[in-house]
Write a new protein. Structure first.
Length: 324
């Protein structure tokens, strides 16, 4: 039975949550207001929250300062970050989902040992292997390929896919196998359409991590032509004397894609996990078959007309006469 709260309790809950949300939103609010103020008024403490002397001059100055061959172009740094994020997200969805499907559904020797190794890899931070990777790929520095390669395969993404695939009833794949579908067709025609929530969640988390990646570009990039946006912001911040209004404006431009992905994340995660078929979806033999929401792989014969089923003669039970 669902618990019901009194109006006073509900008001207090929402009040506390609103206060916490406001506290967590204060840094973003300060960032946005500071980007619209002159540099001398940015570091004024709590008075920086007052919306005075607002203008878009800092944004114009940032774009004008990064508009030459000597400093590089803002659109070029943005394009590098967008390209790297697209490659890592797309490649990660393909590689990690297929790896999780092989660990979840396919039966082979050493399956549990490999999955245990994947779980152990989640405990190793990237900072501990960044220096060995730097010496391994030192000859590939200043390339887009080496900036994306270490982040395509991700142990946490494999674990997310594995957890979601475990909730899908195996009877759905059995029904697809009866229709003549192999493992590849079952994965792309059945599993992938049913796993859109986890694909959306993994894509957004991977994008946020890759978009803000800073340590690996610092180690591997020294050419401005392949410099991503977070690294360029570090270079821009190091200019003397620092203009804090322009730095905060740069931060807003860097954060816009991350903020825009938040509504998509909540919409994708609200769809939930796959629901197992109900009793209405069971076959005549008692085994579960594919739900009505699962894509049908091939045409099925239509059911007999209703009038034919009514006019069919009833079955008679045969009784064996006992002979004396």
């Amino acid at each position: 039975m669902a618990m019901t709260h009194s109006p006073v309790r509900r008001f207090l809950d929402y009040a506390v949550l609103s206060v916490l949300a406001f506290v967590f939103a204060l840094p973003a609010l300060y960032l946005f207001l500071g980007s619209l103020k002159p540099s001398g008024e940015v570091l004024d403490g709590l008075s920086g929250f007052l919306p005075t002397h607002l203008s878009f001059d800092n944004y114009t100055a940032v774009l004008d300062s990064l508009n030459s061959d000597s400093t590089g172009y803002f659109w070029q740094f943005m394009s590098v970050s967008v390209l790297l994020s697209f490659v890592v997200v797309t490649g990660g969805l393909i590689v990690n989902s297929m790896a999780a499907y092989g660990l979840t559904r396919l039966k082979w020797r050493g399956q549990n040992a490999v999955f245990t190794l994947v779980l152990l890899l989640m405990l190793i931070p990237f900072e501990s292997v960044a220096v060995p990777l730097f010496y391994m790929f030192n000859g590939q520095r200043n390339t887009l390929f080496i900036q994306a390669l270490p982040f395509v395969a991700n142990a946490f993404a494999i674990y997310q896919f594995h957890t979601f695939f475990k909730k899908i009833p195996p009877s759905i794949e059995e029904a697809a196998r009866l229709d003549g579908a192999g493992p590849w067709r079952t994965f792309f025609a059945i599993i992938v359409p049913m796993s859109r929530p986890v694909f959306a969640s993994v894509a957004i988390l991977t994008f946020l991590i890759q978009w803000g990646s800073f340590l690996w570009p610092v180690l591997m990039v020294s050419d401005p032509s392949v410099r991503p946006l977070p690294l360029e912001m570090s270079v821009f911040q190091g200019q003397q004397p620092p203009d804090w209004g322009q730095i905060l404006a740069f931060g807003v431009l860097l954060s816009c894609p991350s903020w825009s992905s938040s509504p998509s994340s909540s919409a994708g995660s609200s769809k939930g996990s796959p629901v197992p078929p109900s009793n209405a979806d069971r076959g005549t033999t008692g085994h579960r078959v594919a739900s009505r929401h699962v894509p049908v792989l091939g045409p099925r014969p239509p059911p007999a007309p209703w009038d034919e089923r009514i006019s069919a003669p009833p079955r008679r039970r045969r009784c064996a006469a006992r002979s004396h």
